[in-house]
Design a protein around this ligand. Structure first.
Ligand code: NAD
Ligand code: UD1
Length: 352
């Protein structure tokens, strides 16, 4: 896909989704500037992105809350648009440390928007989450589904940002903003060189299963076997990270001719249960995944999957990768990089 917007600032571009987006942008012929403070990532991901993309990207080590740094980036780099991934994303951690989450996710986005406004850059794609729907009553969830009552600071930080971005777009019609509500991103680039590298014991299902498969963890705890779903376990809409980042490029493309505040769901429209994910991962990896059914995790919902019609109609975007490809790519990444980006050969030469 070729984009007319050429110079893109990617905040949080060293992280899981941001690194895949940075690569997709390089492949689309864009100049990429990554701003990341590396609080949950390493520079090695960007070295690998540059290696895969066949050309250098520009890396700025710093914080999205640093207004002076943002001002200098916008002054120097002639940015056309921003993909804003930078933020904290652990639900459990957000309950224990809400101020860090509001500061990073809410203040960080405020500072970014101020600097963008001052620089006259008003095209923004924001990483939101299906978590803003709370515990929806009807499936699938469309963008018109009311946002829910949220039970944790992480979710509230996403909803607060969506709301002030909408206010911003109403106040000044030169803004073109997309809030992309991700369902459950999984998988990795097919090279196995970049992927998800959670610190410590993973909270999310796929990283946890992957670490059981390589023998770093003994078994998976399945949170709840008594939901009213087809097999009693929770159902989610898992989406391949490459489909997800393609959705960002389609959103950038759409923002060229579309003012205002736009919300798009990025999901596949199909839900799988935890037990179905375990089976699919076992097929992909050839390893067995021992598991135990344990009580439900507090704050979990029974099921959630996307209505994808709006993104199809307005972005001409649809997820094309199926469950097997998600699992095969997740396993390739995990098996080639059992310790994530640590202890890996360095390719930092190609990062400027
Ligand atoms: P990630 O932690 O891998 O990436 C986030 C990146 O942002 C990291 O590289 C981190 O170092 C950087 N960062 C954090 N705070 C920063 C700051 N103040 N200044 C500069 N850099 C900062 O997470 P991810 O999974 O790639 O998620 C990206 C975005 O998508 C996040 O905003 C997250 O909330 C959102 N999201 C993720 C998921 C998911 O399941 N992964 C689901 C819904 C939404
Ligand atoms: C979680 C967050 C959500 C966030 C999303 C992406 C919670 C309550 N929700 O969503 O806000 O946007 O991650 O970061 O944390 N499961 C197990 N065992 C595990 C891990 C998960 O059985 O060890 C189950 C869960 O109960 C759920 C499914 O697997 O049914 C997916 O869980 P997870 O990957 O954590 O994603 P979400 O809960 O959908």
């Amino acid at each position: 896909m070729q984009l007319k917007l050429r110079r893109i600032l990617v905040t949080g571009g060293a992280g899981y989704i941001g690194s895949h987006a940075a690569l997709a942008l390089l492949e689309a012929g864009c100049d990429v500037v990554v701003l990341d403070n590396l609080c949950n990532s390493s520079k090695e991901s960007l070295a690998r992105v540059a290696h895969l993309g066949g050309r250098a990207l520009n890396f700025v080590l710093g914080d999205v809350r640093d207004s002076d740094l943002l001002r200098s980036i916008f002054a120097d780099k002639e940015i056309d648009a921003v993909l804003h991934f930078a933020g904290l994303k652990s639900v459990g951690e957000s309950v224990g440390n809400p101020l860090a989450y509001y500061d990073n996710n809410v203040s960080g986005t405020l500072k970014l928007c101020e600097a963008m406004s001052d620089a006259g850059v008003r095209k923004l794609v924001f990483s939101s989450s299906a978590t803003v729907y709370g515990d929806p009553h009807e499936m699938p969830v469309s963008e018109a589904t009311p946002t829910g009552s949220l039970t944790n600071p992480y979710g509230r930080s996403k909803l607060i940002v969506e709301q002030f971005l909408q206010d911003l777009a109403i106040s000044d019609d030169r803004w073109s903003i997309a809030a992309l509500r991700y369902f459950n991103p999984v998988g990795a680039h097919s090279s196995g060189l970049i992927g998800e590298d959670p610190g410590g014991i993973p909270n999310n299902l796929l990283p946890y299963i992957s670490q059981v498969a390589v023998g770093k963890l003994d078994f998976l705890s399945v949170f709840g076997g008594d939901y009213s779903t087809r097999d009693g376990t929770g159902v989610r809409d898992y989406i391949h990270v490459l489909d997800l980042v393609h959705g960002h490029l389609c959103a950038l493309d759409a923002l060229q001719n579309r003012a205002g505040f736009n919300i798009w769901n990025l999901g596949t429209g199909r839900g799988y249960s935890v037990l179905e994910i375990i089976s699919a991962f076992e097929r992909a990896s050839g390893r067995s995944i021992p598991y135990k059914i344990v009580p439900r995790r507090q704050g979990d919902i029974k099921e959630c999957w996307a209505d994808t019609a709006k993104a199809l109609a307005e972005l001409k975007w649809v997820a094309v990768r199926g469950l097997d490809e998600m699992m095969i790519d997740a396993w390739r990444w995990q098996s080639l990089n059992p310790n994530g980006y640590h202890k890996a050969p360095s390719r930092t030469d190609s990062v400027k």
